[in-house]
Design a protein around this ligand. Structure first.
Ligand SMILES: [Ca+2]
Ligand SMILES: [Ca+2]
Length: 132
C-alpha cells in the first residue's frame, strides 16, 4: 500500500527547489553574479565559457582547448538536473563537492596549499593516452 508512495519520494525530493531550504553562501553568490552576464539568475553554457576564459590560472594563460574542456566538465557536473542552466543552488552543490575533494586532510578548510595543488591539477596537461 505504501510502496508506490515510497518509490516516488526520491523523485519528489529532487523536484523540490533546494534554494529555500539551503542558504547560498554570499561569497559563492557574488561569484555566481559575476559569471551571470545577463543577470537572469541562471548560468548558461555560454556564460560559463566566458567565465572560464577569464579564469585566473596564475602566470600561465589557459590554453583554449583546456578552457573548453574545463567548462564542459564544470557545466556537466554543476547542472545536476541537466536542464542546461546552472542555478546558485546547483553551483553551491558543486562547490561543496569540490571543496570536500580538495580538502585532502579533511579539516573542513581548503588551505592555500590544497588550493594550489588543485589549481596545478587544473592547468596541468590532461594525461595523453600512449601513442603506439
Ligand atoms: Ca545568465
Ligand atoms: Ca540545472
Amino acid at each position: 500500500m505504501f510502496r508506490p508512495l515510497l518509490a516516488a519520494l526520491p523523485v519528489l525530493m529532487l523536484a523540490t527547489p533546494m534554494v529555500a531550504a539551503q542558504a547560498i553562501d554570499p561569497k559563492l553568490k557574488a561569484e555566481f553574479d559575476r559569471s551571470d552576464a545577463n543577470h537572469d539568475g541562471v548560468l548558461t553554457r555560454a556564460e560559463i565559457d566566458a567565465r572560464v576564459a577569464r579564469m585566473d590560472v596564475g602566470k600561465n594563460k589557459m590554453p583554449p582547448g583546456k578552457a573548453k574542456a574545463i567548462s564542459t566538465a564544470w557545466f556537466n557536473t554543476a547542472d545536476a538536473n541537466h536542464d542546461g542552466k546552472v542555478t546558485p543552488a546547483e553551483m553551491q552543490g558543486l562547490f561543496r563537492a569540490l571543496a570536500s575533494r580538495y580538502d585532502t586532510n579533511h579539516d573542513g578548510v581548503v588551505s592555500l596549499e590544497e588550493r594550489t595543488a588543485a589549481r596545478a591539477a587544473i592547468i596541468a596537461p590532461a594525461p595523453v593516452p600512449k601513442a603506439r
